[in-house]
Design a protein around this ligand. Sequence first.
Ligand code: AHR
Length: 635
Amino acid sequence: PLVVSADDIVAEIQPTMYGIFFEDINFAADGGLYAELVKNRSFEFTFPLMGWSQPNSDRHSLNENSGFASVLRSNREHNPHFCRVEVKNDKGYSLINEGFRGMGIKEGETYNLSLMAAKHEGNISRVHFRFVDESGKVLGETSIQPGDGEWKKYKTAIIPTGTAAKAQLKITFEGKGTIDLDMISVFPEETWKNRPNGLRKDLVQLLYDMDPGFLRFPGGCIVEGRTLNERYQWKKTVGPIEDREGMVNRWNMEFEHRLTPDYYQSFGLGFFEYFQLAEDLGAEPLPILSCGIACQFNTGELAPMDELDPYIQDALDLIEFANGPVNSSWGKIRKDMGHPEPFNMKYIGVGNEQWGPEYIKRYKVFEKAIKEKYPDMIIVSGSGPFPDGEYFEYGMKELKKLNAEIIDEHYYRSPEWFRENADRYDSYDRNGPKIFAGEYAAQSVAIASPENRNNWECALSEAAFITGLERNAEVVHLTSYAPLMAHKDGWQWTPDLIWFDNLGSYGTPNYYVQKLFSRNKGTHVVPVRLNGKAITGQGELYATASLDKNTNEIIVKIVNTSGKEKQEKITFRGVSRLADTAKITVLQTGDLAAENSLDHPVSISPKEKSVKAKKDRLDVALQPYSVNVIRVKKR
Ligand code: AHR
């Protein structure tokens, strides 16, 4: 039998045990979580009219001479470009935004449209905005009457008369003349908590349902940038959205034969919004900052050691932004953005996935500066992209010498690797640094192959591995799957935890594994053994057990990776009597290749049943290829 020793507490399970890794990859922010529908709203992309088209413009038809949009530069410090439209014949000219692989609009919902406009010569009397579907059918419209002269902000709304996943925004003009346009923006009124400049409700709901312990942001490689100039600079992402200076996305590149030349960061979802999201989710905010090394998979550009000050200052100022009093310089900006209370940030990451001696040199400088000013701040350091090999060993050894607090390990490996490494942390030093399993995902084909699938074999293998993370909660303090999200028409990397299009979203089987573990973590690890040993693959079973001191329950999670049903007896030691029934939540399918999809979003999702307890014993049938979470109260 399996034996749970319910009165033998091994370790506390940190509230941060299961969290979220967010990166703006696969259109996860602009085009995804950030609910803006207009791509390149402020004409700041490298090709400034990218995302926009203008049928019947001079550019395309010399004869019609109907109108022409060009992008000009103003003397504004940030986002200086704007669009000048010269309308010579208002019959056929239009300016169209294609959205992020189209715009998702829903019948009857309200879409708030805003823009800046300044009218010069001529008599343009109205500007019309219409949603049109792929066939050109109008699905709702509105208009503004532009005043003469200076820049003014206009606000209006469209309520669509139909639903479309790939609508476009078509702008037409009444009259002739010249008009300047900028910050053309459309948001659904219904966002998460109905905030303006808000986040897509369905996507945040999926995150909320995971009950995550932390939110790591903003990545990933985008922290580092392809070059240092293109690193993520949080200071440029706070304050009024029109002043946030956009930038190319690090994933705007050919990656595994996929090219997304229109991938930019508007930073409408910036650091304030990330902190706010963490707060909404009840998760600890965990920002990661550049340590002065650009992505080592790209240029690996290094900031010289004597030029690290601005990077370090960014880290110190971020702590002030998050936690400082409202009369401090950065605390005031947080207050002005509507959050006078501190965000209570406790963790900060120095560098994403960096490795080698150059990283260690820079890490030391950051650590000294942060700890001098903020001794209680917990610093997360990196161990590089591979969970083994020369650089990994080097990094771990050096970081241990420095008494690093938490080391971030990443593993993108085969499903077999995950099953075979469920005992990875059994041998980790209990007195050494704690571990953040910060990025992991089973790869069905090969690392970052575009052919990778979010199939059941991968999810099941991750579940087997996670039992090992939880059994070792004494060492492993934080864990997160990566990447988090992908747009079905705009991704660069697979697999991903959550997939979406412009209208809908779904959790993969991997998502349901994460959710199950997160929502059933308990507060303290207790041993569950087979023949006196931890269960790490014997008979293709993997298990972990915990107590939930808040609910007085024992939680046993058992993963059966075999294709056979297993009848198991579980004996609970240290319990005089169990409650009469236990609840078992099962995630299962007999098909290792099975997946969820937009059309079948919950094919693989948890089902609940109950089983009668016999004093201190439970007899359970573990279905083939199943993840089982058993919760039973102690009397
Ligand atoms: O999750 C995708 C990428 O994998 C991350 O950006 C990076 O940290 C890792 O290499």
